[in-house]
Design a protein around this ligand. Structure first.
Ligand code: 5AD
Ligand code: SF4
Length: 456
């Protein structure tokens, strides 16, 4: 029995895919890279924006053709966030999907297969945690500490697809951290839609009581930090729940990487209100100030949506000015994508696509300028890079720094942690050498491709 699993979307989905593969391996499946060689194909979908939905749709079209070619002897599963939404159900019916499993029922994959090759639309909100065996030979791993989200940002489908927050017991988290360490993992990323509210009682606010027997996220960070894994990261945060204790825990815990991803979404108070983000610009900036005070060397990144309904040019200027004020090292930038059933889709009118894309391109230009300035500050510095493997560019290996910069190093370095010197920077890369005598030659500067050479 051969399976092919395709993953769209976030690290949460990667973790779910890994868990599903473990379950399937447990009943004798092996995995193939080509869906044409598989008996079972699972598409782990993302529904957060229109683009990943379109990608899933294209793939489902291909899979339907393959199924017809095999006269039906082919099992197709539509799993993940899209499977939890009416939109996914419609696609499942249209493309003759056999199995539908939302993110809350991922661990039922074997039961769903046992029930036979017939449609079993499982829309469950109960959430389970699982401990997949640590990936063999991997240097980095993800560790889910909570699922779901209690916030109600008006543009977002996540509360509908992943349900309300559920925190995983701390003992399980720590046990898994130790198992990962024993398996040789040197970097663990704690995952959740909003990890900052780990262990908190229902609600969204900052001052919520803790659930019985649960530590706060700040305490959990300190606990995981003691597990002996050299790098601990976490994504993603919500400014309202990103409190001083968390910043202090990062500052006190050497294993925790000084990399803060703090989505802002917009720099305009008016838009933030329409997004129901629960904070204003000044509050967000106060969080950044706290980070800069306690973690002066931290890299900071964000998520921004351009062209939210009702966003005026002035509002967007506010986003650009906030960007200049914070001077983010990196950013994930999106045009607003209307998602069926969300409050924004129900109550607000989308703005013209050209307006959205024009704003996005201005934002991307600013991001490139500032990221380059930020990255150039690292030239001449020694950094720690976790090498993952060969880069696309020949003769280089690729990895990332503690600050999450993509780093390219010349030579054959084993996967693992290395200390190297930054010799050159582009807006989204640090080029590094094992010793300062190595320089670089721009090969195709217009394409942003560089090759390291010896300066001697
Ligand atoms: N349109 C555009 N971007 C969105 N995001 C979430 N929902 C939407 C949407 N409807 C972005 C937000 C979030 C990131 C994961 O995806 O910036 O932080
Ligand atoms: Fe979506 Fe907002 Fe929750 Fe993030 S915090 S998952 S954007 S509802």
């Amino acid at each position: 029995m051969r399976a092919h699993v395709v993953t769209f979307g976030c690290q949460m989905n990667e973790y779910d895919t890994h868990a599903i593969q473990s379950e399937l391996a447990g009943i004798g499946y092996s995995f193939v890279d080509d869906f044409r060689q598989a008996d079972l194909v699972l598409v782990n979908t993302c529904a957060v924006r229109g683009k990943p939905v379109e990608k899933a749709q294209t793939l489902l079209g291909e899979l339907r053709k393959e199924k017809l070619r095999r006269r039906g002897a082919y099992t197709i599963g539509l799993i993940g966030c899209l499977a939890q939404l009416p939109e996914g159900k419609r696609l499942g019916e249209k493309f003759g999907v056999d199995i539908m499993l939302g993110p809350g029922a991922i661990t039922e994959i074997v039961a769903a297969l046992d029930r036979g090759r017939f449609r079993s639309f499982e829309f469950k909100h109960e959430l389970q945690f699982y401990t997949p065996p640590p990936p063999r030979g991997a240097v980095s791993a993800n560790l889910t500490i909570m699922r779901g989200c209690n916030h109600r940002c008006t543009y977002c489908v996540v509360p509908a697809t992943r349900g309300p927050e559920v925190s995983r017991p701390a003992d399980d988290v720590i046990k898994e951290a130790h198992a990962l360490k024993d398996a040789g993992v040197v970097e663990v990323t704690l995952l959740g839609q909003n990890v900052n509210s780990y262990g908190m009682a229902p609600g969204t606010g900052a001052r919520r009581a803790l659930l019985d027997g649960y530590p706060s996220f700040a305490e959990l960070l300190r606990m995981v930090g003691r597990a002996g894994i050299p790098r601990v990261r976490f994504v993603t945060s919500h400014p309202v729940n990103f409190d001083d204790e968390i910043v202090e825990a990062i500052a006190d815990t050497p294993a925790v990487c000084r990399y803060i991803h703090l989505p802002v979404q917009s720099g305009s108070d008016r838009v933030l209100k329409r997004m129901a983000r629960e904070y204003n610009r000044e509050f967000y900036l106060s969080r950044i100030r706290r980070v800069r005070e306690l973690l002066p060397d931290a890299t900071i990144s964000t998520d921004i949506i351009a062209g939210f309904p009702g966003e005026t040019d002035e509002d967007f200027e506010q986003t650009l000015s906030l960007y200049r004020e914070v001077r983010y090292d990196a950013a994930y930038m999106f045009i607003y994508s209307e998602r069926e059933g969300t409050p924004a889709a129900i109550h607000f009118d989308d703005i013209p696509r050209e307006v959205k894309t024009e704003r996005l391109s201005r934002l991307v230009d600013l991001q490139k300028t500032i990221s380059l300035e930020q990255n150039l500050k690292w030239v001449g510095e020694e950094v720690e890079v976790l090498v993952k493997g060969p880069a696309d560019e020949q003769g280089l290996v690729q990895g990332h720094t503690r600050g999450n910069h993509v780093a390219l190093i010349r030579g054959e370095l084993e996967p693992g942690i290395h200390r190297v010197m930054v010799v050159h920077a582009t807006p989204n890369r640090l080029y590094c050498a094992r010793d300062a005598s190595q320089g670089f030659d721009p090969v195709e500067p217009r394409a942003g491709i560089y090759r390291l050479t010896s300066a001697l």
